[in-house]
Design a protein around this ligand. Structure first.
Ligand code: NDP
Ligand code: MG
Length: 384
């Protein structure tokens, strides 16, 4: 077993807690843990994994954390706020940085980790969607590895391990479960509530990505993520609906041969591969049982109904900050939907609206990314 050091950002979330399962099984050392609000859970994690540094980004929660730490005999250092998150991601002893923060809030830490020479295991797809060119340029400049955690991108990455074949990559087939509303038309989706949208058929995930899966925004974000990770033009990423989430994605080479990666829908498999790459070790996930798996089906995605996917395609074709705008509008719209302030179909309408509202230029700085995100959120609120 190789002793690695990991710093886990977003440790209290769905990916964060599953990452700790993997870290425990692999016997890795945890240097840092970062959470936003869930300090009681963070406290349990501190007692189990003994990090040297913790970060709490929410200010009220950080005060509470300080009080909780007072009861420990050998407490970790506590850093606070966005600055604390960046400081942790940049720390020379951070090791591999697993970024499982949700939303554009993860972008600064992704860049900080890369710029400090750390390999990054990336669950936070919004980093690539909002600041793709900045992330990819930083990876090249600092010679670090960007290892995908997202199951589809891990599948593609696994299928491309033979570097010789990878040179002839023709396209990627990005699989989608279709979400809880697969097959429904716009009239049926009109009155869908957050309780309906939060029921994902195959995966248990955080609230934001579960809503993104129900609108197919998640697949749009993943299409953009694939474009940046695998340096492909958007038209070479084809979305294929695979309802059982058994095939996690596929690649097609120039000779029309296709490789797929399969397994049970358990995020601990791609999380572990990102951490152990290029090695493979026994995993806490169960094996796929072909005696109970009766079928693997394929369908096409309905972009007329699920406008978020169409809007993301439009955004990546426009380039520049258009994907950042789509992401910002979506983050704000999902927040409003979860607060019962807008309807289900409004999410797609608002994301498409913001993409159509501007040309978004071509090159950008980090400050431009944050300005564009702010503009997109204001656009959404102005439409209420
Ligand atoms: P969760 O909502 O379950 O967890 C999000 C984590 O981020 C929590 O630890 C949360 O802290 C922290 N967080 C929230 N807001 C902020 C903020 N403003 N600043 C810093 N930290 C913050 O999300 P998931 O684990 O589901 O998803 C995480 C990322 O992984 C997303 O980008 C998602 O798209 C991606 N992903 C998730 C998959 C899944 O199966 N869940 C699959 C593939 C990708 P706290 O809980 O303490 O408030
Ligand atoms: Mg995914």
């Amino acid at each position: 077993m190789i002793q690695k050091t990991v710093t886990l950002l977003g440790c209290t979330g769905s990916i964060g807690t599953q990452s700790l399962d993997v870290i425990k099984m692999q016997g890795y050392r945890v240097f840092g843990l970062a959470a936003h609000t869930r300090v009681e859970l963070l406290m349990e994690q501190i007692q189990q994994f003994h990090p040297q540094v913790i970060v709490v980004t929410d200010s009220t929660a950080a005060e509470k954390m300080q009080t909780l730490l007072d009861g420990l005999s050998n407490p970790p250092k506590l850093w606070k706020g966005k600055e604390g998150l960046i400081q942790l991601a940049s720390h020379p002893d951070a090791g591999i940085v697993l970024n499982a923060v949700v939303g554009i809030a993860g972008l600064g830490a992704t860049l900080a980790a890369i710029e400090s020479g750390h390999d990054v295991a990336l669950a936070n797809k919004e980093s690539l969607v909002t600041g793709g060119s900045l992330v990819v340029e930083a990876v090249k400049k600092h010679g670090v590895h960007l290892l995908p955690v997202d199951s589809e991108h891990s599948a593609i990455f696994q299928c491309l391990q033979d570097a010789h074949s990878a040179k002839t990559l023709e396209k990627v087939l990005l699989t989608a479960s279709g979400g809880p509303f697969f097959g429904k038309k716009r009239e049926e989706l009109e009155g869908m509530t957050k309780a309906d949208a939060l029921k994902h058929p195959n995966w248990a995930m955080g609230a934001k990505i579960t809503i993104d899966s129900s609108t197919l925004m998640n697949k749009g974000l993943e299409l953009i993520e694939a474009v940046w990770l695998f340096d492909l033009p958007p038209e070479k990423v084809e979305v294929v609906v695979q309802r059982q989430s058994i095939i996690h994605s596929m690649v097609q080479f120039s000779d029309k041969s296709i490789l797929a990666q399969l397994g049970v829908p358990d995020m601990r498999i791609p999380i572990q591969y990102a951490l152990t790459w290029p090695d493979r070790f026994p995993s806490p996930a169960p094996e796929l049982d072909f005696s109970t798996l009766k079928q693997i089906t394929f369908d096409t995605a309905d972009e007329e109904t699920f406008r978020c996917l169409a809007a993301c395609k439009k955004a990546i074709a426009k380039g520049g900050l258009a994907p950042c705008a789509a992401n910002g509008a979506n983050e704000e719209a999902v927040k409003l939907f979860l607060e019962d302030k807008i309807g289900f179909l409004d999410i797609g309408r608002l994301v498409e609206g913001v993409v159509d509202s501007d040309s978004f230029g071509k090159s950008y700085t980090l400050a431009d990314v944050y300005d564009c995100d702010r503009m997109a959120r204001e656009y959404v609120r102005s439409q209420l």
